[in-house]
Design a protein around this ligand. Structure first.
Ligand SMILES: Nc1ncnc2c1ncn2[C@@H]1O[C@H](COP(=O)(O)OP(=O)(O)OP(=O)(O)O)[C@@H](O)[C@H]1O
Ligand SMILES: [Mg+2]
Length: 468
């Protein structure tokens, strides 16, 4: 399995810039045999042109070149290939220049004549550095991401079923569609699949489709060629290429535009991508996991989503249950988060008062596990800051009330709501209490469905809480 994956992986691409034809061929042969993808030019000018056409991981650059010399080329590499590592090739007597080149940003140099071993080792080191830098950049980018150890807490049959499905699908490359209400743990499930797969030591690349404007999303995912659009000042690999060998997690997949959907479909069907402005299909090797908290089938029915893409995504669906449908997990999850945040804030884990737990069991948890987690964290923080000597922390009063739909008047008075604010808030609470079944809500509210829709439309355009 591992071998197959390794063979599939897009290999590192090396650009050789060397005027000596014999050496140039030798380099192509030796490094090509190592499985690297090779391209070679005889002059700096040609090399720079090549850098405008493609993305390279390593540039192997001769110092003495006819025309533009190696040092000049070196200075021009970062603007074209910001992520490439440059290795200089030096002849006898140019060691000083080589040292200077390292100061200018070259990764390493090798002295001619060099042995095959020397060459291969140097390239390998440069590639390790390349990967390391990329990894570091990624880690920095989400320094506040989910912890490395992934644990899906819960004993309920509903969540155990999810755990089973994860174990079953992880070893394959099958596309997974994770569905479920907000905060139920969809991303956690995706991470768990990645961690249990043979791609675990490769990248897990989460992308929230809703967070990136449509025109940017395409170039983020697929990359672009220099000049493809204003601002595309150099070739750039997209996330699908960056994540090679790993897993791409496309969150809120329902928000992807009709224009972009066929391009994603092509990725799933043919495992190739096309950079924006590019003309060569580029093979990629990723595993795709998508998530949504809206019903994609309904989007298909209303013509907002391509049916063919839906079926491609839905190869292996996993539905994550809402917390209210597995209330027996509440005590377990509470203890887990109590432990987690007590460690984080360095306090003895407090115990949940029975009264609080009772209320938690009765509560509706519209924000699911995330809401529970936030609630416990807040409690631990209050406790840690000495809010109370006993470990009394309470369910937030409005949370508690939301379940019963009571107390809204107190809140309205306290916060000096207008009549309209109150109406809106009440409508939302009723909707939440019936899980957004609008016919049922309209009945409770004593208005007809059309009126309810009209009001919701208006709230939406006013930027109030949106019904999703
Ligand atoms: N079964 C679980 N065990 C432990 N932690 C969980 C579990 N389910 C969810 N969590 C935690 O709850 C939080 C929310 O989970 P996650 O971000 O995966 O939800 P989501 O479904 O992707 O939410 P959204 O719909 O808002 O994107 C995270 O901190 C996650 O670690
Ligand atoms: Mg999420």
């Amino acid at each position: 399995m591992h071998d197959e994956i390794d063979a599939l992986e897009t290999t590192a691409k090396i650009l050789v810039i060397e005027d000596d034809e014999v050496l140039r061929r030798l380099l192509i042969d030796v490094l090509g045999d190592q499985g690297y993808e090779m391209e070679a030019t005889a002059s700096g000018e040609e090399g720079l042109r090549a850098m405008e056409q493609d993305v390279f991981d390593i540039v192997l650059l001769d110092i003495n070149l006819p025309g533009m010399n190696g040092m000049e080329v070196l200075r021009l590499v970062p603007a074209r290939q910001p992520e490439a590592q440059v290795v200089m090739m030096t002849a006898f007597g140019t060691v000083d220049t080589a040292v200077e080149a390292m100061k200018q940003g070259a990764f390493d140099y090798i002295n001619k004549p060099f042995s095959t071993d020397e060459l291969v080792l140097t390239i390998r080191r440069a590639l390790e550095e390349h990967d390391l830098r990329r990894e570091l950049a990624r880690l920095k980018q989400r320094a506040r991401g989910v912890g490395s150890e992934i644990q899906i807490v819960g004993k309920s049959p509903a969540i155990q079923r999810v755990v089973d499905l994860i174990a079953r699908v992880a070893p394959s490359r099958a596309t997974v569609l994770v569905t479920g209400d907000t905060g139920t743990g969809k991303e956690l499930v995706a991470r768990a699949i990645h961690a249990a797969s043979n791609r675990a030591n490769k990248a897990f690349m989460p992308i929230n489709c809703a967070a990136i404007p449509d025109n940017l999303l395409e170039s983020e995912l697929f990359g672009h060629m220099k000049g493809a659009f204003t601002g595309a000042i150099q070739n750039k690999k997209g996330l699908f290429e960056e994540a090679s060998g790993g897993t791409v997690f496309l969150d809120e997949i329902s928000t992807m535009s009709m224009a972009l959907q066929p391009k994603l479909l092509r990725v799933l069907q043919e495992n190739v991508i096309m950079r924006v402005g590019g003309r060569q299909p580029i093979p990629i090797n990723i595993r795709l996991i998508a998530a949504t908290n809206v019903d994609l089938k309904k989007r298909v029915a209303s013509g907002q989503y391509r049916e063919d893409l839906y079926y491609r995504l839905n190869v292996f669906p996993i539905e994550v249950p809402s917390l209210r449908d597995r209330k027996e997990d509440i005590p377990l999850l509470s203890n887990y988060f109590l432990q987690k945040y007590s460690e984080l804030y360095e306090i003895e884990p407090p115990k949940l008062p029975a009264r609080t737990l009772d209320r938690m069991m009765a509560y509706y948890w519209p924000g699911n596990v995330r809401e529970l987690e936030n609630f416990i964290e807040r409690g631990v923080v209050l406790h840690a800051s000495g809010g109370s000597a006993t470990l009394g922390f309470e369910l937030p009063s409005d949370a508690e009330e939301r379940d019963e739909g009571a107390g809204i008047l107190d809140e309205a008075q306290r916060k000096r709501w207008t009549f309209e604010d109150l109406e809106r808030e009440y409508i939302f609470r009723v909707l939440e209490s019936v899980r957004w079944k609008k016919t049922e809500a309209a009945e409770i509210l004593g208005i007809d469905r059309r009126t309810l829709y009209r009001k919701l439309k208006r709230y939406e355009s006013e930027g109030a809480r949106s019904p999703e």
